[in-house]
Design a protein around this ligand. Sequence first.
Ligand code: IPD
Ligand code: CA
Ligand code: CA
Length: 253
Amino acid sequence: MLDFAIDTAYRAGVILRAGLERERQIDSKGQSDFVTDVDRASEDMIVSAIRSRYPSHRILAEESGQVADVGDYTWLIDPLDGTTNYMHRFPWFAVSIGLLHKHELVLGVVYDPSRDQLFAAERGSGARCNGRRISVSSTTSLGAALLTTGFSYDRFTRPDNNLDHFARILLMAQDVRRPGSAALDLCGIAAGQIDGHWELRLSPWDTAAGVAILIEAGGQASDMQGQPWTPWSPHIVATNGCFHNELITALNQ
Ligand code: IPD
Ligand code: CA
Ligand code: CA
């Protein structure tokens, strides 16, 4: 199944790369929340590949909707994570494919077509980027950490829009970035290039594959209170594991 997920992610990457330079058809899902014909083409390909190879598996994919409950195997798919970046041709977007066995996360694949980097992990077998083992950084304190975060599409209308956390953590960490693809931000931690990430109101397709890769690279993921993360946790705190509690405390101040 890992080989299948890797092959499918590469094929989705071909679709994303091909759509990058041409005119895209863009539809609005909400204020500043868009979907392109490329998101849909990538998702259609991934979903039909899973349906023909694994007809009994369930699929939760961003653009085609929810499963009522997880099955024996459930795929969690974001066909294009970082759509806003993609629309502007800002090269930080990816395809994200995670797999649950019952409720347990068993594999994750995230492919970044701009850098041709494929992140992959299978439970218990370590994390890899383009076949090479990767591991988290050894940064031990929030003050020395480079963090990433994100702001959900409902930020215009909700008071809990992460701006208060951002203002506080920016003055506590070494620095904070907002790259714009949660899946790739999590892989950045797995690869030791980013020390931590937090974000409110993400969906299972944004985080499942990235967390699978992060955990296998030695990192840690939780909710905002430090409780165990699941793909349905709305909020995420993810780090290299060395200053996780310090970040949780700072976020809850
Ligand atoms: C978004 C990206 C972004 C995050 C948003 C997500 P999308 O996913 O992961 O980094 O901040 O909350 O919704 O819409 O580009 O697939
Ligand atoms: Ca996403
Ligand atoms: Ca998406």
